[in-house]
Design a protein around this ligand. Structure first.
Ligand code: UDP
Ligand code: MG
Length: 327
């Protein structure tokens, strides 16, 4: 059986309180999966320390010393959840055949990993962990988070509803991800762009095992903004739309003003002033929108995203490309 090496990647920022428990559960999970013959013996848990200010890295070092199942990567400074996750995924990519990413706080149900691995063994490349309910989140977190997904949708950023960063990716999906070289990273939006066979696994989202959320409202808003602006140029297009509307309205206003003026119902100078305010306003917005269209194109070009990824190739004289997952 070639490989089927699983890496579980866990970004950690000030998580010293939860890490020992997280490590215990993930360690048990890996050993269970190994014993069941579903994953290879070289499987590991990779903790990424995202420049924590507490003793997180010391905990990771201790875990690694005590048990070879755990390894760690220490970022040079705090780079934020998405970058820490990417660092972990890219580190694991060359060693693993499949990678599961999850948060350190045990909010994501560790047991959902079994179903993910099963789907992978059936040939699925990306398995999204989707929260079946948010009963355990506070009312505030739940409503803001759901508003977040709705707003993303409205602004043209496609994401998987109620999916955070708990997901399984095959090596070739990770190779695809590696070709997205953008700096403004919003993994939840980029992963669906990769394609290949995808599936979802539902799980109940639990409460944080210990410690506090590292995503206060301020960070969540920044995250939402990052998501929209890094995935979609629809806000720019909205300016064009608005400009067009105001321009149309200006035509109507001009007709109205001229009618008022013709019937002598105006103060001297009002009609021409009102007309030019509307007309120039519309023109400015429309021009901004046109500039926005080009800016949007330029923005997307600058990301240098792959334009295609080939799933399978049928050629003469070669073996079928190995999807790398059939045991
Ligand atoms: N995290 C990180 N860097 C940061 C902030 C958070 O690596 O700058 C990690 C954190 O340790 C956790 C995950 O990202 O594993 C999600 O954070 P958290 O659970 O606090 O977010 P919430 O679930 O409250 O949205
Ligand atoms: Mg959490």
């Amino acid at each position: 059986m070639p490989g089927n090496t699983l890496y579980i990647v866990v970004p950690c920022y000030n998580e010293e309180e939860v890490l020992p428990e997280t490590a215990r559960r993930l360690g048990d999970k890996l050993r269970g999966l190994m014993a069941a013959g579903k994953i290879g013996p070289d499987s590991r848990v990779l903790f990424v320390n995202d420049g924590s200010r507490d003793g997180t890295w010391a905990v990771i070092q201790r875990l690694h010393r005590e048990d070879g199942l755990f390894c760690g990567a220490d970022l040079s400074r705090n780079r934020g959840h998405q970058n820490a996750l990417l660092a972990g995924l890219m580190t694991a990519k060359d060693k693993a055949d499949l990678v599961i990413s999850m948060d350190a706080d045990l909010q994501d149900d560790v047991d959902a990993a079994d179903a993910m691995v099963d789907k992978y063994l059936d040939g699925v490349d990306i398995v999204y962990g989707v929260r079946s309910s948010r009963k355990k989140d506070s009312f505030f977190k739940r409503t803001t988070a759901e508003a977040f997904y709705r707003m993303m949708d409205l602004l043209g950023a496609e994401t998987v509803f109620n999916h955070a960063d708990y997901r399984l990716m095959s090596r070739r999906a990770l190779d695809g991800l590696a070709r997205f070289t953008e700096v403004n990273l919003f993994l939840r939006g980029i992963v669906p762009m990769i394609g290949y066979r995808t599936d979802t696994v539902e799980y109940e989202r639990g409460e944080r095992f210990a410690g506090e959320s590292k995503y206060p409202l301020k960070k969540m808003l920044a995250f939402a903004l990052e998501g929209v602006t890094s995935l979609s140029v629809r806000p720019l297009r909205m300016i064009t739309g608005l400009g067009f509307l105001v321009f149309l309205a200006s035509l109507a206003m001009i007709a109205y003003n001229v009618a008022r003026w013709a019937t002598g119902n105006t103060v001297a100078g009002w009609a021409s002033l009102a007309c030019s305010v509307w007309f120039i306003g519309g023109l400015i917005l429309l021009s901004l929108g046109i500039i926005g269209e080009y800016l949007g194109k330029l923005y997307l070009e600058s990301k240098g995203r792959p334009r295609f990824l080939i799933q399978e190739l049928l050629e003469d004289g070669g073996e079928q490309p190995d999807a790398g997952q059939t045991p």
